[in-house]
Design a protein around this ligand. Structure first.
Ligand code: FAD
Length: 408
């Protein structure tokens, strides 16, 4: 397959490079025909439907609701294999991390929770609607006082004759303002099911499906963000929120099950941030070829070439690592520590690429007619969410040394 030229790829090409960008990793040769077809289809969808909205939505700080229906129509909410899901995340985040995140939280976090831990009745009721995009999902584990350490979460689920009453406050739930169903992780109280030793610990954590419009469930949008502006982030207030017994996910028991879902979304981030990095690299290369200072294109200076070579090495490394993890996942051989390694490496690399790309753009790099600074701002959130950089370093460190350094 011929390599795409820069002009074909860039969101808003500042110049036309006629030479294709070389692909030293021969990445496309590592994909099957059907994977390439899907990748190209999603790339066309993103170019036609997503990219035209991004700069304006980012500036206004809104997620455009109409994109949900468009993503559903494009089949992005269906259950895909690891490589396909990764390629979708990659292509979406070439446009903006907020769009990739909407899809990841809905298709990976929320749907995974129901797929892994739901009853057959819950799966039959929710999953087909979610795959068609008729019901959008959110996933709410984080609380104001419990981020990296969610094992101490304080939202309570009290058993009643007919179900549960949820009380407390959640924070940072993506999609929750427009979701049809939110997976709420809460602590069982006064329940015989929980042993006395587990009451304050992670063992008392369970998951509940809360449908939009349930009395006592109040999502409130978080505004004035400096990152992830094209994403619906939300606090959730739960005030005597009564749900039926049938809305508890019966298989979800303990924090480990929440982390199992998070692992699915973290895997998507490994791919997504590589897409953001590639978009920034291409923008910097294109600009460097056309911007003339001191009588020559700035790409002709050694320092710029050193930056471009380092950026390119990062992009190639990130894509190959993501694909390697995907092939491991296909074989059922992906360990959660591998995902931590991928998330840690690829977010760090992408952030370096985005910041360096911005330097090559000079002053125009702070305008929203360019993309690198927006990606860099988004990547700051990605360094933090789905396990911070430090948390993933601790996970890898624990695996390498056998010593748990989380509490000391
Ligand atoms: C845009 C966005 C979207 C999000 N979407 C969702 C969502 O859909 N659902 C959801 O449940 N959550 C979501 N989150 C929450 C996210 O997962 C948390 O922000 C993240 O887990 C970190 O928690 P925190 O912000 O409370 O930071 P803290 O946990 O307070 O961390 C602050 C700093 O302390 C460090 N730290 C903490 N513990 C240790 C330690 N043991 N050793 C060394 N350093 C440590 C951290 O690494 C970090 O640098 C989202 C967040 C953002 C920003």
């Amino acid at each position: 397959m011929p390599l795409p030229s820069v002009a074909l790829i860039l969101e808003r090409p500042m110049t036309i490079l006629t030479r294709p960008i070389p692909d030293y990793s021969h990445f496309d040769t590592l994909l099957s025909e059907s994977e390439l077809t899907l990748r190209d289809r999603v790339r066309s969808f993103v170019r036609a439907t997503v990219l035209p909205l991004v700069a304006d939505c980012y500036e206004r700080g809104v997620f455009p609701r109409e994109l949900v229906d468009a993503c559903a129509e494009a089949g992005l909410f269906e259950h895909h294999g690891p490589v396909e899901a990764g390629l979708i995340a990659f292509e979406l985040e070439r446009a903006d991390a907020g769009v990739r995140s909407m899809v990841s939280v809905h298709a990976h976090l929320a749907q995974s929770a129901i797929r892994f831990f739901g009853s057959p009745a819950q799966q039959a009721s929710y999953l087909p609607r979610m795959e068609r995009g008729e019901t959008i999902g959110a996933f709410s584990l984080t609380e104001p006082a419990h981020g990296s350490d969610p094992g101490g979460l304080e939202v309570t689920a009290k058993r009643t004759a007919s179900g549960y009453v949820l009380d407390g406050q959640k924070k940072w739930a993506t999609n929750a303002t427009f979701a049809g169903v939110t997976v709420i992780w809460a602590r069982l109280v006064d329940d015989d099911e929980v042993s006395p030793g587990d009451r304050d610990g992670a063992g008392a954590i369970r998951a509940f499906l809360v449908d939009a419009g349930t009395p006592g469930f109040r999502p409130v949008a978080i505004h004035r963000k400096l990152s992830f502006r094209m994403s619906a982030s939300s606090e959730i207030f739960l005030e005597q929120c009564e749900i039926p017994l049938t809305n508890r996910l019966p298989g979800a028991r303990g924090l480990g099950h929440a982390l199992k879902c998070l692992n699915e979304a973290r895997y998507g981030i490994v791919w997504g941030v590589a897409g953001a990095a590639e978009a920034c690299f291409e923008e910097a290369l294109t600009h460097g070829a056309s911007r003339v200072q001191f009588g020559r294109p700035i790409a002709g200076f050694q320092m710029t070439q050193s930056k471009l070579a380092t950026m390119y090495a990062s992009v190639v490394r990130s894509k190959l690592l993501a694909l390697h993890l995907a092939r491991l996942k296909e074989r059922g051989a992906l360990h959660h520590t591998d995902v931590s390694l991928g998330k840690l490496n690829n977010v760090r690399d992408a952030l370096d690429v985005a910041r360096t790309a911005r330097t090559i753009l000079g002053g125009i790099g702070i305008l929203d007619t360019t993309v690198s600074l927006r990606h860099a701002a988004n990547l700051e959130s990605e360094l933090t969410y789905e396990g911070t950089d430090e948390v993933h370093a601790l996970i890898i460190g624990r695996h390498l040394t056998g010593l748990d350094a989380f509490r000391g």
